[in-house]
Design a protein. Structure first.
Length: 193
């Protein structure tokens, strides 16, 4: 079982915090989270928990990886986020396990939605927010068609290259970092009582 916040838990949280800072930096700068960060993060998390907690730790770590993948694969397939975001959350799962990874993902998604609503309201009023919500729902509703049809929308790389669309992109790693900080604060607060 993954260790609660204790004398050993500082290693996973410190590792994920450093990786989150590096991913945030590259994501803000270039809208990319590189494999040179995410793959070692994932593999080292699995290896760490195998070493510290044996095969039970490896199982819990792998389950965290699966949660990270499951939570973000649909937004990735819809073109809302990049593959680096998925791999980053999988790396978080390898180090932190299921519950912290799920909380980080939930907080990241909620913060992204809140940020997007504020930006859309500021730029185009509430009507634009409602229209964007309807378009997002329609895109999710037709996911089956998107999985098997040719890509009709611009890829994230194409949107990054277009200055007009680039300003509408949200580096998701920033929101995951905020979710990670929320988990750390909750753990400190809850363990201090």
């Amino acid at each position: 079982m993954l260790t609660p916040l204790s004398e050993v838990a500082w290693v996973p949280f410190s590792t994920v915090l450093l990786a989150s800072l590096a991913a945030t930096f590259t994501d803000i700068r270039s809208f990319k989270i590189y494999n040179v960060l995410t793959i070692p993060l994932l593999l080292s998390g699995l290896a760490y928990h195998l070493w510290v907690d044996g095969f039970g730790g490896l199982r819990d770590s792998a389950t965290g990886v699966a949660v990270g993948f499951a939570v973000l694969i649909l937004p990735y397939l819809c073109g809302a986020i990049g593959a680096g975001d998925v791999k980053l959350l999988m790396g978080f799962g390898a180090w932190l396990g299921v519950v912290p990874t799920a909380i980080i993902a939930l907080a990241g998604c909620l913060l992204t939605g809140l940020y997007a609503a504020v930006v859309l309201t500021w730029r185009g009023g509430l009507q634009a927010v409602w229209l964007n919500a309807q378009l997002s729902w329609l895109r999710l509703h037709t996911i089956g068609r998107h999985l098997f049809a040719e890509d009709e929308g611009a890829s994230i790389q194409e949107r990054v290259a277009d200055p007009g669309q680039r300003r509408n992109l949200i580096p998701f790693s920033v929101m995951l970092a905020a979710g990670l900080l929320l988990v750390l604060v909750l753990r400190v607060v809850l363990t201090s009582f």
